[in-house]
Design a protein around this ligand. Structure first.
Ligand SMILES: [Zn+2]
Length: 302
């Protein structure tokens, strides 16, 4: 894969290595682009057709179904298959594993708009991952009548047991979920509107604010941003930039093949990396400096 003209990936990787080695603290921030790079692209039509043949026949083409009116049996059939695929697979993801290895031994936190749980499932400390947009692993009352949320794993299992792949529908109406509190409609606990129940995520948000708020002004904070575009820039992109402004010795690395631009006022404290996360992490995973096999190291000087 070629890099954009004029961009030196090796040099960028070198800068990142230096900033990482110098950093007192590392904040990884991530948007949908990171999970897409890890092989979970909601816009991947082939995968969509494979998992949701009936919806594909009906003319739908991607997993971005918010706002698409579907009858409950089809809607919950979609959610069950989608969440089972994205959220509950136990297979380690090589890209996330590589990212974790990169920050191993550093004082780090994760803030992500992703709701797929990949960080915690790949060895990042769950109590240091802030997911302000929610988690597919929970569901809530659609009203909501209560700030309680519930584990979606048994719900997904119940839906899948009644799911007909040929039609994409949940065939048993009794398998469709109801609010355990008011028996009304439920929805997955992700931020799609003002009804979102954010209670499960507030404690991590408070801990992250404390971690940042108690950092000395001269802290060398490295914000390592992956795949955060402009769908919800106020969640990941802007806060990361603001943090680097707040810490004069801080750095921002923005890994994004589509929107790599960094703010002019951050000047050389910001590094745009216009390639995908997989490409960059692949380069970083190779030992550096690479030992030269033609050079024999002598233990005793002549
Ligand atoms: Zn309710």
């Amino acid at each position: 894969m070629n890099e954009p003209t004029g961009f030196d990936l090796e040099a960028a990787a070198g800068t990142l290595r230096t900033w990482l080695a110098e950093a007192d603290r590392v904040l990884i921030t991530a948007g949908a682009g990171l999970s897409a790079a890890a092989g979970h692209d909601y816009g991947d039509e082939d995968r969509f057709r494979e998992l949701f043949p009936a919806l594909h026949r009906a003319g739908l083409r991607s997993r971005y179904l918010v706002g698409v009116p579907l009858p409950p049996a089809l809607r919950w059939g979609f959610w069950a298959v989608h969440i089972d695929d994205i959220r509950f697979s136990t297979t380690p993801n090589p890209l996330y594993q590589r990212l974790r290895a990169l920050v191993e031994g550093t004082d780090h936190w994760v803030m992500t708009s992703n709701v797929d749980g990949f960080f915690a499932r790949n060895g990042f400390a769950p109590d240091r991952v802030f997911t302000p947009q929610g988690d597919y692993g929970r569901y809530q009352c659609a009203t909501p009548c209560t700030p309680s949320t519930w584990d979606s794993r048994p719900l997904v299992a119940q839906l899948l047991a009644a799911h007909d792949p040929a039609t994409g529908a949940v065939t048993d109406p009794d398998a469709l979920p109801r609010c355990p509190n008011c028996a009304g409609e439920v929805e997955i606990n992700v931020r799609v509107g003002p009804q979102f129940v954010d209670a499960p995520y507030l404690p991590a948000g408070r801990r992250l604010r404390h971690w940042l708020g108690t950092a000395p002004a001269d802290t060398r904070l490295l914000v390592l941003e992956f795949g955060a575009g402009f769908n919800t820039p106020g969640v990941i992109r802007r806060p990361g930039e603001q943090l680097v402004r707040h810490f004069p010795r801080g750095h921002l690395v923005r890994v994004n093949p589509d929107h790599p631009d960094t703010p002019a006022d951050l000047a050389d404290r910001a590094l745009p990396v216009p390639v995908g996360a997989a490409r960059l992490l692949g380069i970083l995973a190779t030992p550096h400096p690479a030992p030269d096999p033609t050079v024999t190291v002598r233990a005793v000087p002549e």
